[in-house]
Design a protein around this ligand. Structure first.
Ligand code: ADP
Ligand code: MG
Ligand code: ZN
Length: 477
């Protein structure tokens, strides 16, 4: 089969972390009774006049700075006209021919390949529309909630530089961590803070690019990856069958795992863009640019590199630790306090994140403080407690029983190092299971693991399994 190349470009909308909306003082965050957060400006009532929210502008500039984009000292607002029930004004205020910033890039690191920079075409500000509610109003009615009208968004239009669904996933993940690390957006897809339109086309080697299809209704990063896999397969099959892909907008149906046509691709002229008459041009003053740059954190890709190079972590661990900035922060505290980055990485990635996942908690609500995990790692690292005890101890610290060293002290959990004590535990187990002992001597070598388990139980997990193993073999041999 002739190889087909995919070209993917994402348009990402992120809700800026402001208290109020983009052009009025209504509260912007999620929540609030339907239609309770509205005013003449965001409802578009006649005579109401918008005024740009300086904090929203600051956050968008901060993102542009973090992405290395060229920030334009003067940009302009434009009306994007279309009719939709959740858009009472009949237009969104956006930016069109003179956006806030152009260029910039995001680094992705496909596993087993060299890192790649994905270009950004433009970054601009725009207001959100309201929400149509189709559930709970009967079959022939829908509800409208206008709380979201006028909520500030930044749109990041990516270059068509992604070559696979996996790359699209990595790009989104990295963009999200940049948005969060910089404090620009909470970027929570479930809350609608982060939304993305996906553009994809396929072509044969050395051929011009195919027609682009835009996919809508993507609610998760996994959804994006799946939708792309299906859509690329669909376009490739059409190509093999000799039928050309038409430019169109398709809807992803996550339950059915397929895309279906929604409408012909709209073009810029369909929106009858024109300069927003109610707002002056957006001019950035030095104070605003300085405020946008202030306290810029180390970016996720740089942090990943540092974790690998300076802390000596495997690339995969460095990557997983830097997907969420809050996880990276927690890890750094543990690593520093414990003085052992590799052990800290293992404990955070496997035990701690496992425990949080089980309880459905974000790391910010971890029942184990970084200092406590560090103390536990030191106890295990110094050999004061066994690995088994260390894991039990984590659960007890999480349950609020106290700090690790204090629990070890109070309950006498330190590792059983006394050879005589280990031997007597082994003897007791063998005496208690004469049948199995005979079975082992008769050739059932697998029974050794059973004995080791029994001894570990008898010693409350405090013995070193390797030593138990050796002692048992000696006694049985
Ligand atoms: P529109 O508003 O029509 O969606 P934009 O300029 O906002 O247009 O977005 C264009 C998006 O489509 C960009 O993210 C870009 O990377 C992507 N894109 C452009 N051409 C192609 C193509 N041939 N295949 C896949 N994606 C494409
Ligand atoms: Mg677009
Ligand atoms: Zn308002």
């Amino acid at each position: 089969m002739e190889p087909v190349r995919a070209v993917i470009g994402l348009e990402v909308h992120a809700r800026l972390r402001t208290r109020t909306k983009l052009f009025c003082r209504c509260v912007a965050g999620p929540g609030g009774a339907p239609n309770s957060r509205t005013c003449p400006v965001c409802l578009g009532l006649p005579g109401a006049l918008p005024a740009a929210n300086r904090e929203a502008v600051r956050l968008a500039v901060r993102l542009a700075e973090a992405l290395g984009a060229e920030i334009h000292p003067v940009s302009t607002w434009a009306r994007k006209n279309y009719f939709y029930p959740d858009l009472p004004k009949g237009y969104q205020i956006s930016q069109f021919d003179r956006p806030l910033a152009t260029g910039g890039r995001v680094r992705i690191e496909p596993p087993g390949a060299a890192p790649r920079w994905i270009g950004i075409e433009r970054i601009h500000l725009e207001e959100d529309a309201g929400k149509s509610l189709h559930e709970g109003f009967g079959d022939d009615h829908s509800g409208i909630d206008l709380n979201r009208c006028g909520v500030p968004l930044v749109e990041i239009v990516g270059a068509p530089g992604l070559a696979s669904p996996d790359e699209a996933f990595l790009y989104l993940e990295r963009l999200r961590s940049i948005l969060r690390a910089t404090g620009v957006s909470d970027a929570e897809m479930e809350d609608g803070d982060l939304r993305c339109d996906v553009n994809v086309s396929v072509h044969g080697d050395g051929e011009p690019w195919g027609a682009r299809v835009e996919l809508k209704n993507l609610n998760s990063f996994r959804g994006v990856r799946r939708a792309l896999q299906h859509e690329i397969a669909r376009q490739a099959a059409a190509r093999r069958a000799g039928s050309a892909t038409v430019p169109e907008t398709r809807l992803w149906d996550d339950a059915r795992g397929e895309t279906r046509p929604l409408r012909a691709k709209e073009e810029a002229h369909d929106y009858r863009y024109f300069p927003e008459p109610d707002l002056p041009a957006l001019a950035l003053d030095d104070a605003l640019i300085a405020a946008a740059r202030a306290g810029m954190p180390e970016l996720p890709h740089a942090r990943r590199d540092r974790f690998a190079a300076a802390l000596g972590l495997p690339e995969a661990d460095a990557h997983r630790l830097t997907v969420e900035p809050t996880v990276a922060d927690y890890f750094e505290q543990v690593a520093q306090a414990a003085g052992d980055p590799r052990a800290a990485a293992n404990w955070v990635l496997t035990e701690l994140l496992g425990l949080l996942r089980e309880r459905g908690l974000p790391i910010g609500e971890s029942p184990v403080a970084a200092a406590d995990l560090a103390e536990l790692i030191q106890l295990a690292g110094s050999g004061a407690i066994s690995g088994k005890t260390a894991k039990d101890l984590l659960a007890r610290v999480a349950a609020g029983e106290g700090r690790p060293a204090a629990i070890v002290e109070a309950d006498g959990l330190s590792r059983l190092d006394d050879a005589a004590a280990i031997e007597s535990a082994c003897r007791a187990v063998l005496d208690a299971h004469p049948g199995e002992a005979a079975g082992y001597r008769g050739g059932k070598a697998g029974l050794l693991a059973f004995f080791v388990g029994q001894v570990m139980r008898r010693t409350g997990g405090r013995a070193d399994p390797g030593r138990v193993h050796d002692t048992l073999r000696r006694l049985l041999g």
